[in-house]
Design a protein. Structure first.
Length: 198
């Protein structure tokens, strides 16, 4: 297994560790809040860094593999959905945003499998890129909120922060939905999957 794939595996391992960190206060009480927050922060930062690095290494040194093509988007989906479940549990992500994003991610994984079956790549679009940027920015703001809530006494500023997060989660859900619709339209127009219906 090459280095990019090892980094992706590391990201997959960090996902349950992040969830365990999130769950510590539920399992053992609020006295574990500091350790819980530190674990979540370390796992999130490490996962984001490895996500950025593995793709660059794979492309630069021609280490792109079929395993990596499948495992990397799966790791992205698993990590994002886990992060969002935890943010929802913290009361900072609206349930309706999570449902839209979850449905979109599973449908996209299904479409990717179909596209690979016919030897095609998922077409890129601006909404997909916007969705990725919004996911990252919203997650960073959410982790920062959890850190601030644990280590600082910001009073009413946290309520304002929550409102800002609501806006960003809503934008993330909207970009997620629009990117999915754009993908569907592009695939149907190109008839890339027509061979599967014969």
């Amino acid at each position: 297994m090459n280095l990019p794939n090892k980094l992706t595996v590391l990201r997959l391992i960090l996902v349950p560790v992040f969830f365990i960190g999130y769950s510590l206060t539920s399992w053992f009480g609020p006295s574990w809040a500091v350790l819980s927050t530190i674990i979540m922060l370390v796992c999130y930062v490490t996962a984001e860094i490895t996500d950025l690095v593995d793709g660059k290494i794979a492309r630069k040194y021609n280490l792109v593999t079929d395993l990596g093509k499948v495992m990397d988007p799966f790791a992205d989906t698993l990590s994002h959905l886990t992060f969002f479940v935890c943010f929802m549990g913290k009361g900072i992500m609206p349930i309706w945003c999570f449902i839209i994003i979850m449905w979109r991610e599973f449908f996209i994984l299904f479409l990717r499998m179909l596209m690979m079956k016919v030897g095609k790549a998922m077409p890129a679009n601006i909404w997909g890129k916007s969705k990725t940027c919004l996911y990252a920015l919203t997650s960073i703001l959410s982790i920062a909120y959890i850190v601030a809530e644990t280590f600082a006494d910001l009073g009413t500023a946290l309520d304002t922060w929550k409102t800002v997060l609501y806006v960003f989660f809503s934008l993330s859900a909207l970009a997620s939905l629009l990117s999915f619709i754009t993908y569907l339209v592009a695939i149907f127009k190109s008839k890339m999957l027509s061979s599967l219906t014969k």
